[in-house]
Ligand binder design. Structure first.
Ligand SMILES: C[S@@+](CC[C@H](N)C(=O)[O-])C[C@H]1O[C@@H](n2cnc3c(N)ncnc32)[C@H](O)[C@@H]1O
Length: 267
């Protein structure tokens, strides 16, 4: 089943820089260049869980540098960040010094049963073993209302230049994995726990950023981070030349789809 997931489960293993977890060699670049998530995503989480984020106990797993953690906190959630990678965790503790941070894996969460209203994975669930991380999330969630929210912010496949760029990157990057999970996460959760009723929703959004930031964003993806810097630079130089033809003023309109799957523990 996992092999068919377009956003296939990735096993942590040493990358070209000897790091065990992804993104460790690009943690600062990740924090600087990655897009956040649109307010509509947080609205959708509240709607699908049937509860406000304000005051809720949230465990944000695979928190990275804290991009989603910050948005959840800004909605008034009481967030604990969970991040196994030392460099990503280091950035998070620097930029969000007051957010509690635990170094752990989603496959074995160091929290008491029933202690969270919401467990979130912002484009990090595919790095876990779902057969372990789903039961762990369900154990930690309070009943009957607790919910698991999984989401990915992916290059929007409905936008031509974005789709063409992904095709180019797929040809050139050995470690490329397709972005876009559609409702695959919902199907995996349902396959593991047939009593659950995960709900899938896709949202579209854009951001306008300088070309350099777009290239830094690309370079922070795990398939670039796994390359040596020379090879990554060559691919990025070609992207720069192509994109300057499309966006001659140097402002790139990045287009995203957010694929969200919410599962309420009681259902
Ligand atoms: C793409 S980043 C997402 C970071 C952040 N959630 C965001 O929205 O920007 C994926 C993160 O998952 C972490 N990770 C890798 N394996 C993990 C696992 N088994 N359990 C939890 N997190 C993991 C990585 O260290 C990395 O920081």
């Amino acid at each position: 089943m996992m092999g068919r997931m377009t956003h296939a489960v990735q096993r942590p293993g040493p990358d070209a820089h000897g790091h065990r977890f992804p993104f460790e060699s690009v943690a600062d670049q990740y924090e600087a260049a990655r897009p956040g998530y649109p307010p509509a995503l947080l609205d959708a989480i509240e709607e699908l869980t049937g509860r406000p984020l304000q005051g809720s106990r949230v465990v944000d797993v695979g928190a990275g540098t804290g991009i989603a953690t910050r948005l959840l906190r800004d909605r008034g959630a009481r967030v604990v960040a969970v991040e196994p990678g030392p460099a990503m965790a280091g950035v998070l503790s620097r930029v969000l010094p007051r957010v509690p941070l635990v170094r752990a894996l989603g496959d074995a969460l160091p929290f008491a049963g029933g202690s969270a209203d919401l467990v979130t994975y912002a484009q990090s669930w595919h790095w876990t073993d779902p057969a372990r991380s789903v039961p762990e999330a369900l154990r930690v969630l309070a009943r009957p209302h607790g919910a698991l929210a999984l989401w990915w912010n992916v290059p929007d496949p409905d936008v031509t230049w974005t789709r063409e760029q992904e095709a180019r990157l797929a040809r050139r990057l050995p470690g490329y994995h397709a972005h876009g999970v559609t409702d695959e996460a919902a199907r995996i959760v349902r396959g593991l726990c047939p009593a659950l009723a995960p709900v899938f929703r896709r949202l579209h959004w854009t951001r306008r950023i300088p070309l350099d930031t777009h290239l830094a964003h690309l370079g922070s993806r795990s398939s670039f981070a796994a390359l040596g810097p020379g090879e990554a630079a060559a691919v990025l130089a070609d992207e720069r030349a192509l994109l300057l033809e499309l966006f001659p003023d140097g402002a790139v309109e990045e287009a995203f789809a957010v694929d969200l799957t919410v599962t309420v523990a009681s259902s």
